[in-house]
Design a protein around this ligand. Sequence first.
Ligand code: ADP
Length: 275
Amino acid sequence: MSTAPGREKIVARDLSLVYSNAATQASHTVLEHFDLSVREGEFLSLLGPSGCGKSTFLNALAGLVAPASGEIRVNGEAVSAARRKLGFVFQGYALFPWRTVRRNVEAGLEIRGVKRAQRRSEAERFLRLVGLSDFADHYPHQLSGGMRQRVAIARALAYGPEILLMDEPFGALDAQTRESLQQELLGIWEHSAKTVVFVTHSIDEAIFLSDRVAVLGRGPGRVKEIVTIDLPRPRDAALRHSPEFVALRQRAWESLRTELDTARGRAAQTGVEHV
Ligand code: ADP
């Protein structure tokens, strides 16, 4: 459980990130004055309009893109040194289609050089955790979208990361599957000591899962407001109808709405719709 404040696990200070196009010499500032810290064991969501730089920030954390200026540290280290502490779950599942479910989950363990017998028993443990033991010998194309995403979560957990970076992992799923996977993810997270950074468009999803929600503004992207989600844990579906949840949804929506309005205003001026 992570509502108690822990030490800072991730710190980004005055980050700016610029994409440059070598062919056209054009540059595009995506993040500017971006400040955020995530505590050890915390579940933090990044909520913001499309294109505000949520994925870019995750990519910077993963060391896939380098900031133009500012500081970003994971566990007090430069991101290049912290890579093995990170696990990823993305929207597109990114499973190996030629590998069975079991061998997909074993992939992260192979990278770590874990021996075959131990790989097998670890993979079984994580497949049990996500309720897929009976599907260990299936291939990804034989599974539903929700099941594939559970394999992706099992694979990321099997790698043994301290931090899980999740980029709209449930974005492609139907509403019912999405809610049940949110519940499962919380169950897993509450029994682990993992720090989670979770990107989403969905206000409800962000509130249901998180200890804190960072609402991002854009033009360029920065953290506009942090909403603390002081709802009790463990959480279940009934919580979504509580007055406290509804009040937090309203608060986050107000914060987000001004960003959407600003973006629409800009689009009207330029004739381009970005939202
Ligand atoms: P979000 O995840 O919030 O939807 P992204 O981080 O994906 O936003 O993108 C932020 C902005 O950066 C967008 O305008 C996008 O078009 C641009 N962008 C993303 N990746 C690249 C890239 N590799 N090169 C150039 N521009 C990019």
